[in-house]
Design a protein around this ligand. Sequence first.
Ligand SMILES: Cc1cc2nc3c(=O)[nH]c(=O)nc-3n(C[C@H](O)[C@H](O)[C@H](O)COP(=O)(O)O)c2cc1C
Length: 347
Amino acid sequence: MPKIGNIELGSFPLFLAPMEDVTDSPYRQICKDYGADVLVTEFIAAEGLIRDAVKSSNKMRFEPGERPLGIQIFGDNVDSMMKAAAVAEAACPDFIDINFGCPVRKIVMKGGGAALLRDVPKMIRMTEAVVKSTRLPVTVKTRLGWDDAHRDIVDIAERLQDAGISGIAIHGRTRAQLYGGEADWTLIGEVKNNPFMKIPVFGNGDIDSGPKAEEMKNRYGIDGILIGRAATGNPWIFREIKSWLAGHTLPPPPSVAERVGVVRRHLLTSIPYKGERATLYEIRKLYSGYFRGIPNFRTWRTRIVTAASTEEVFRILENIEQSHNAGNEDNAGNAGNENTTINPGEI
Ligand SMILES: Cc1cc2nc3c(=O)[nH]c(=O)nc-3n(C[C@H](O)[C@H](O)[C@H](O)COP(=O)(O)O)c2cc1C
């Protein structure tokens, strides 16, 4: 049974991979209820945490039901990372995760995220410093290496283990690959099968189904997996993967009523948390996922992403549900026309 420090994770934990502007507390809570075993906050800039910037501090918030949960920090300065770890510790997460994988130019140019893959001695110094500065277990999330010529994760992982980390999550791409091509799991497998590695090794990259999760589990012997993009607007993926791993069955896809219920819950949890405006804006990127496979959703989508108030979104959700119940999805066609008022009674 893999553990991060003393934290029991279950036999093959499924992590919701951290994703900025997606995996905030309201969304994490939904994923947890559908079977995500381990949650991690969106990445948080060390400098922001030290300055007590509102945005950074808000990203640390979580509910007790989200445990076990890690707070993820990133930065380029060893001293700041130590201080940020102390601030994060005060928020009482179960572990602290260091981001050494973010490929985004703005972050890398400043020396954070995946930039540390180009300066492994500094990466190790930073990790040692963070480990020493907190009583919590520290994990690292990183990539295979900087680029094709430097796919040195097997060596890096061993050194990070020596620096005192309690677990490592590896995304099977280099920084240079960004999100292109297919994730290469062979090196993740090599890290896991390195006889010197004692800490749990979690794999990440392109897992979007139960059979794929099972294939990686069996082929590479990893201790758990992280699911990122396939979980965007699709919290049901955790239920599906769990069910598949338990007995090669897949639950029926979520009904329209269940989807609508999850969107309502998302809105109602998020509005007190980050306000109506930010909620309505950020949830927009999840609608396609939430309603994937629903006939004619495209036309509903046009309306729902432009809705200016929660009431309007709720009305549209009601319409989606009623229209579906009536087996009359064609009504959605009207929804593309902004001048059409859809009266639920008419559907
Ligand atoms: C929109 C978006 C935001 C992300 N933000 C973070 C982040 O804050 N911290 C992090 O470690 N990785 C972040 N990632 C990377 C994911 O955690 C994950 O490693 C990557 O998407 C590969 O997994 P997947 O193929 O399952 O999506 C982000 C990815 C996406 C697509």
